[in-house]
Structure formats: structure tokens, C-alpha cells
Design a binder for this molecule. Sequence first.
Ligand code: ADP
Length: 208
Amino acid sequence: MQLNERQEKIIEIVKENGPITGERVAEKLNLTRASLRPDLAFLTQIGLLEARPRVGYYYKGEQNPFSMYERMRDLKVSDYQSQPVMVSESTSVYDCIVRIFVEDVGTIFVVNEAQELEGISSRKDMLKIAIGKADINQLPIGVIMTRMPNIVVAYEDESLWEVAKRMIDRQIDGMPVVRDRENGQLQVVGRVTKTNIAKAFVSLGQGE
Ligand code: ADP
């Protein structure tokens, strides 16, 4: 773990003076408490410092190498998922292309009236059809979509890390987040994509 210069200084100060309040650390560095907050949060997050309410920070020791892995596997789909973009099977490919532009997504989900998953179509699926001879104004998305049961899905309480692994293994950019229905169908409640994984990765790096 590479710490920046300021973080190294904070560690030194806390090692020598701990337990020490955030304000006192800030004074010693001639900085404001607010500007120090991200560093203190980061150092606490990775386990080098521990914060005790009303006592302050103290040095906890070298980072446990497993803490970061555990934290990564603790990230839940529900904390990062986005809104799904859903259409019905009879929607024209043209209208679906408009939707992916307007909603700024790469994949569109095809559902019935009960929002139960029927299919999925990626931007490249649509591009492939659009450059062919088909009349995309007339052609329903249901004809070109990838159909159930061949759809890879995610559940809200799953680990985001497991989902990321599945995305890589199955070579897809995203998947619907679903809930099991009693009738055996899958109700679409969200969307998880490589963008959500990238956001989680960034927030981990920031020690959030
Ligand atoms: P693109 O086709 O734009 O590269 P993907 O890599 O996500 O986007 O999709 C590759 C293929 O897999 C497409 O034909 C798409 O219909 C299909 N696909 C996309 N997402 C899934 C999914 N969750 N489950 C099954 N198939 C999918």
C-alpha cells in the first residue's frame, strides 16, 4: 500500500501522539480539519488508524492484507445498481435505439406487463440489425433479442464482486437485477453494468 506524503505524516503524528483528535492532527500539519477528513477516512478504512468517538485516532498497526479483499467482497449489488431500461417485446428496434440514446444505456431489457424478464438486447445487437437490410421501424425487438432462459442475471443481495466475475466469465457488459417470483418468473428491479463496477472500484480506492 503506497501512502502519499501527507498520509505518511499523519501516521507519524498519530504514532507519536495518539490517541489524538482530528483537530490536533490538523493543527500540527497547519491544515483545516475538513481538508484532512478524506485522508483520515482512508487511513481508518484500510485499518492503519482506528477512530474512537470522543477519544481520537490511534495507530492500529500494519494493514491486515485481507481487510481490503473482505471489503471488496462485502460490496453489495443493491448499493450500486442503476435503474433498468425496459421495453415490451413488440417495441420496434428503432424505438429501442432511441431509448438507449435517450437513457444513455448500453443494454435494454425486454419484459412483459408484470415486468417479468423475457429478453435482453445490447447496442451491438441493434447495430448489427441496423446495418443490415431489415426495416428497423417495423421489426420488433422480440425478434432479435437474446431470450430467457439464456440470460445471466444478478440479485440485489449478491456480492458485486461475484457479479463482476460473472460478467467477465460470460463476456457481457451488464445484467438485469431481478427478484424471484412465486410463479418462477424473474421480476426486473435494476441494472448492473461494468460502469457500476468501476464506480465501486473508485469508491474503494477513495476509502469510502
Ligand atoms: P455488446 O453486444 O454491445 O458488446 P454485451 O457484451 O453485453 O454487449 O453483449 C454481448 C451479447 O450477449 C449480445 O448478443 C447480448 O444480447 C448478449 N447479452 C448481453 N447481456 C446479457 C446477459 N445478461 N445475459 C445473456 N446475454 C446477454
